[in-house]
Design a protein. Sequence first.
Lengths: 202, 202
Amino acid sequence: MLQEAAFELFLEQGYDRTTVDHIATRAGVSRATFFNYFGAKSDVFWVDVDDALDALADAFGQLPASAGSDPIAIASNALVSIAAEFGAARVPWVLTQYDAIGGAGELQASAMSRLSRFAGLLERFIERQGDRSASRPPVDRAAPPHSASFPIPRAAAYSLAGAVVAAAREWADAGTGRGGLQQYVHAAVGPLAAAFAASGSR
Amino acid sequence: MLQEAAFELFLEQGYDRTTVDHIATRAGVSRATFFNYFGAKSDVFWVDVDDALDALADAFGQLPASAGSDPIAIASNALVSIAAEFGAARVPWVLTQYDAIGGAGELQASAMSRLSRFAGLLERFIERQGDRSASRPPVDRAAPPHSASFPIPRAAAYSLAGAVVAAAREWADAGTGRGGLQQYVHAAVGPLAAAFAASGSR
DNA sequence: GCTATTTGTTAGACGCAGTCCAAATATCAC
DNA sequence: GTGATATTTGGACTGCGTCTAACAAATAGC
């Protein structure tokens, strides 16, 4: 309802010219109430994505630690699985409308906290899964890296996160014949899972 | 000088309690002058990184298009090469001090524009290099992706960008025995170059 | 049903980043 | 030194986000 009011107004008059007061008035509440529901004006963009990140955190929390399995492949599969819930009709509104409404700077500024959370979830998951694998040495952070000792979880996590962002952008840009997000995520993360698996076994 | 003033004050009283007025006064100029040099308060964090991105854009602009060469490997090499300019003593100040000064939210909010620029440079470079390769079909954005037709430049660009971010974080976290950034970047992007090369040849 | 407590909304004050503009000052070329 | 140009300045302003006390609505207990 607040989100709907915001989206209507953004389309009518652009993001920058829409104030929080406008949104609150359109929704029939006070401005202070807006801030009870959203931490910032730009948070209205991210409801679906934040929900998906919650779902991902839940999914990771429920996967048992599997000694010997490839954590990056497991993480990739979880990503593809979450992506399955985003059919063609469920593109986050802002991804298809941001050109029309302006506000790309704000969108960008607010995206990083989501990306950072996402990468953090991936990293911690990969680390946790990887901790059960007896073949991995402790990470030595005080020394310059050699290829064999670079902490794979962080590089893998950030790369996967980047690939998923690329997939989401392709999906959003694809127009009405886009199908679901899953195929895009699968295609984008596929090469990475293989690469880090090959790298981690050295 | 404005940047130095800002960093002193951030250390003395934290990012949030340091206003632009404080910074300007410390530097002996007016507040309006601060905004002649920086678009936003948080831009003081990013001078070195912005310079590095400029250098990367220059490097990409000077590399000739090479038909048949692997653009991702070339891009990776360019990244490693730029990273060579960041010796142990040249860690961007904010990467080592952000815990001490607060302001992590602002740092994050301002990071995305840099990351987005970075990924865009990579993507356009890879596309431009790849355009000379007769073996690549035109990208069909209206159809759902299959592995063979997924637009590799974007996925590769975003993944590489992510990997570099991971490398930079490792580097910053590594403490005083860190050495230069180059080794970290090399280790992080290595698996990716191989992955997308293998994926692109299918 | 009545009272007390808890929860949610509101109006308004405030600080501050960022925008904008006209006036003041500094710099440059001749 | 003069005139043109460039830069800085002070100040007004908007809007986001924070905070608080007052008020309203919902809930719990008797």
